[in-house]
Design a protein around this ligand. Structure first.
Ligand code: 4EZ
Length: 231
């Protein structure tokens, strides 16, 4: 690892991260701010992409192609689907899908387009480092499927569709697009999320209440992963 990218979707998701790094320099590019910084000798670039698949694709691609990052970590919050995931709990994706990608009219499964696959996988080694960190620190971390789409899900019907179609454990709006970029460009990635709500009719309310706390839980865990990677 020579340069590490850390992405969140919202400012709230990267604020607790930025505090941990030194020599922070702002670099404005493509209508966004990239924070170039250091952790000891390690070069790190941090940014929040803005919400959704398009903005997160732009940010992930920029991190890799413009800034030369060769490892990518995403930190943020998600809606829980798996009933084992309570607000504040952590999940890492072993694979992700775009739940709103739909050419089923042509007989294809949900999440599939020709040339792509229903699921995109994340890096096994990074995932194992995260699982080790969880183990060593006695932190609950679930490994599972994350479904991504350009919708804030706040109803049981959509949530159940995503559960039944993809067997997803959590849902959010950026993970799969970032993972697709990393897979295509051969950059190992880790998608980490802390639960802020359970994508039901209380989701909007819960999200507002728990965004800050859960974003910090994800950020604090991510820093532990970064420290282990940087040893
Ligand atoms: C998107 N992020 C939510 C951004 C919402 C409001 C101003 C995560 C997330 C999420 N995404 C948390 N809970 C969710 C849910 N129920 N549906 C979709 O990545 C911004």
């Amino acid at each position: 690892m020579t340069k590490l990218a850390i992405i969140g979707a919202m400012e709230e998701e990267i604020i607790p991260l930025l505090l941990k790094f030194t020599d922070v320099k702002e670099n404005n590019f493509a209508s966004n701010t990239y924070y170039e910084c250091k952790l000891g000798n390690l070069d790190v670039v941090i940014a929040y992409s803005k919400i959704g698949k398009v903005f997160s694709t732009l940010t992930a691609t920029t991190m890799i192609e413009k800034f030369g990052c060769d490892t990518l970590l995403f930190s943020g919050v998600a809606g829980g689907i798996n009933p084992d995931l309570k607000i504040g709990d952590l999940i890492i994706a072993n694979k992700l899908t775009q739940h709103d990608l739909d050419i089923t009219a042509f007989g294809h499964p949900h999440g599939y387009v020709p040339g792509g696959g229903v699921f995109v996988h994340t890096d096994e080694k990074l995932k194992n480092v995260a699982l080790e960190v969880a183990n060593e620190n006695n932190i609950k971390l679930i490994e599972g499927i994350i479904a991504t789409g350009d919708q804030f899900v706040a109803n049981e019907q959509r949530k159940n569709f995503i559960l039944n179609t993809f067997n997803a454990d959590a849902l959010e709006m950026e993970g799969a697009s970032v993972a697709v970029v990393c897979d295509a460009l051969n950059v190992p990635c880790l998608i980490l999320r802390a639960i802020s709500d359970t994508a039901d009719m209380d989701a909007g309310f819960n999200f507002d209440e728990f965004l800050e706390d859960s974003a910090k839980k994800s950020a604090d865990f991510l820093i532990k992963v970064v420290n282990k990677l940087n040893k």
